[in-house]
Design a protein around this ligand. Structure first.
Ligand code: ZN
Length: 418
């Protein structure tokens, strides 16, 4: 057996065990607090809502365990089980050009994986979300979304894939620098195009019509140094009753988007505070920082791929007989997440730091009490647990637990005007 096969299997086992252990901790922690609403929320969240959040979180965690077992089995089947090798040998028989063979092999595996994961996606939407009253999608909308996503993926993904494979084959030793430049340009164009061209294919966006809310929002925007940003409402309620707000795009395509579900459940004060938090992300340069970080990560990724691609053991230890650029790319995309999982807590921690900074900004520029009550409402309406296990939260959570965020906002208020 190859040394790298053993290393790979070691990392796969360790990540599966760690995920199961963290999931089990979370379920236990939530169960232990099932009987009582945490004191800080006792007057705002009913026992019924608290227990709904607990049951919802645990249902998702249990589905997560099944998904993990399924996906890990397939990862092993594709790699050391010889799955990629079989697909590759099949397409070699078709005697296409190397570039077309590469595209065909990668598309075959991508489609196979998507089909294999469909039952889990269906179960999540039509069983779990349905049971807890979140699902608003019909099977028709769901299927239509799938078709649209597939077409979009083919239209945008195939040319990009072809260009990267071509660079890998033809651009010499420094191909990874060119591929990275191409990848970053693609990412920037997508961020720019997403709010205006792509998101509207799935949802309806309209400008906010509420006059008194608009006046307040304008005042807040001016106070924070923003000029004529458009505030949009998206009909998220067509698919799900989960609510959210986000900031998207850049340049002229910069948009602030509120879910209609969020506007329905929050008061004007609360909407203003949530918006102030979103503006905080922008003012503290979180979007730029995340982009910079992801560009550095992808640069390292391409450099690593360039090295692995030239190493015979990389193919043979992962079940591929015939070395090629497309099998290198495919193996790399399949196995990287296993290793990246172990550094994911660093990214979660950075994201939580950004949340605190955005809260601080909201505290300085709006009513922090309204932000607290908005948070409580959002936790309740999204059935997010108020009692996460601290280690599970440290590992995964992009947002700090509700109790810590609220305490932090209160502390800021206590330590004087922001
Ligand atoms: Zn945030």
């Amino acid at each position: 057996m190859h040394l790298f096969t053993i290393i790979f299997l070691g990392f796969v086992s360790a990540s599966v065990l760690l995920r199961l252990w963290l999931g089990q901790r979370q379920i236990k922690h939530i169960d232990a607090h099932f009987g009582q609403v945490p004191e800080a929320f006792a007057d705002k969240i009913s026992l019924e809502d608290h227990q709904k959040a607990a049951a919802y979180s645990c249902a998702n965690l249990r589905l997560g365990r099944l998904t993990l077992a399924w996906e890990t089995s397939w990862l092993l089947i594709w790699t050391i089980g010889g799955g990629i090798n079989a697909i590759d040998s099949g397409w070699v028989l078709a005697e296409l050009t190397p570039l077309l063979t590469g595209i065909a092999v990668i598309l075959t595996l991508t489609f196979a994986s998507s089909i294999l994961n469909l039952p889990f996606s269906l179960y999540h939407t039509f069983v779990i979300e349905e049971r807890f009253g979140f699902n608003q999608t019909s099977l028709k909308t769901w299927a239509l979304d799938l078709v649209k996503t597939t077409i979009l993926m083919l239209a945008l993904g195939v040319p990009l894939l072809a260009a990267i494979l071509w660079l890998m084959n033809q651009a010499g030793n420094n191909w990874w620098l060119y591929a990275w430049a191409l990848w970053m340009s693609f990412t920037l164009i997508m961020i720019w195009a997403y709010p205006v061209f792509i998101a509207p294919m799935f949802n309806k966006f309209s400008t906010l019509q509420d006059e008194s809310l608009n006046t307040r929002i304008d005042r807040l925007l001016q106070r924070c140094g923003f000029h004529s940003e458009s505030v949009y409402v998206v009909d998220g309620s067509r698919r799900s009753s989960h609510g959210n707000a986000y900031f998207t795009g850049f340049g002229k395509n910069k948009r602030i988007v509120f879910y209609d579900t969020l506007l329905e459940s929050l008061s004007e004060d609360e909407v203003e505070a949530v918006l102030a938090h979103e503006l905080g992300h922008f003012k503290r340069h979180h979007i730029k920082k995340s982009l910079l970080l992801s560009s550095l990560m992808s640069l390292c990724g391409f450099a690593l791929l360039a090295w692995l691609m030239r190493s015979d053991w990389f193919y043979s230890s992962l079940g591929v007989e015939l070395a090629s650029t497309h099998t290198a790319l495919l193996l790399f995309m399949l196995i990287m997440p296993v290793f990246a999982y172990f550094v994911s807590p660093l990214f979660s921690a950075l994201s939580r730091k950004h949340e605190f900074e955005a809260d601080e900004f909201a505290h300085s520029n709006s009513d922090y009490k309204a932000l607290i009550s908005a948070l409580v409402n959002l936790y309740r309406d999204n059935a997010s647990t108020l009692t996460p296990d601290p280690i599970h939260s440290m590992f995964y959570d992009s947002h700090p637990p509700a109790s810590i965020r609220i305490e932090n906002l209160k502390n800021m208020a206590a330590s004087g005007p922001g």
